[in-house]
Design a protein around this ligand. Structure first.
Ligand code: CUA
Length: 153
């Protein structure tokens, strides 16, 4: 009889815990990486799409442009890029070495780039301007200098 009670109690705790976890993950606005694709992230820049970083116009997809970014200590590739105002853009990013961040200052775009994973975010760029794209994960001595620029024109 007591065993059943404890089992129910345990499951209830688990459900509450998972719910809290789910809610906090949602509110943090963090975007976990979507897929594990690489065995060796050091050679990630030899594998598509990361062998060709930058802005690419795409056809037949739900978005108009893909922005491919490779982070490494302590820079982004590319360091500067431009997308047309009002377009739907998919950011596709990964890291070549350690954990880096991909945060577009002044927006809700804030991804963690983890070795061996691809991080993606789709958005409509509806505000013109120049945006700083920063690394927001401490990655070493060059961390604070790790920044690039996105232009929406
Ligand atoms: Cu890269 Cu901090």
């Amino acid at each position: 009889k007591y065993e059943k009670w404890w089992l129910t109690f345990g499951i209830t705790c688990l459900v509450v815990f998972l719910t809290v976890l789910g809610i906090s993950a949602f509110h943090a606005g963090a975007h976990p990486p979507s897929a594990q694709v690489y065995i060796n992230q050091e050679h990630v820049d030899e594998i598509a799409p990361f062998d060709n970083p930058g802005v690419h116009k795409v056809e037949g997809k739900e978005w108009d442009y893909e922005v491919v970014v490779v982070a490494s200590a302590f820079m982004f590739s590319p360091m500067e890029y431009e997308v047309p105002l009002g377009s739907k853009v998919k950011f596709i990013a990964t890291t070549k070495d350690v954990v880096h961040g991909f945060q577009i200052a002044g927006t809700n775009i804030n991804m963690m780039l983890e070795p061996g994973y691809v991080s993606e975010f789709v958005t409509i760029v509806d505000k013109p301007g120049e945006y700083l794209v920063l690394c927001n994960e401490y990655c070493g001595v060059g961390h604070t200098a790790m920044a690039s620029k996105l232009k929406v024109v």
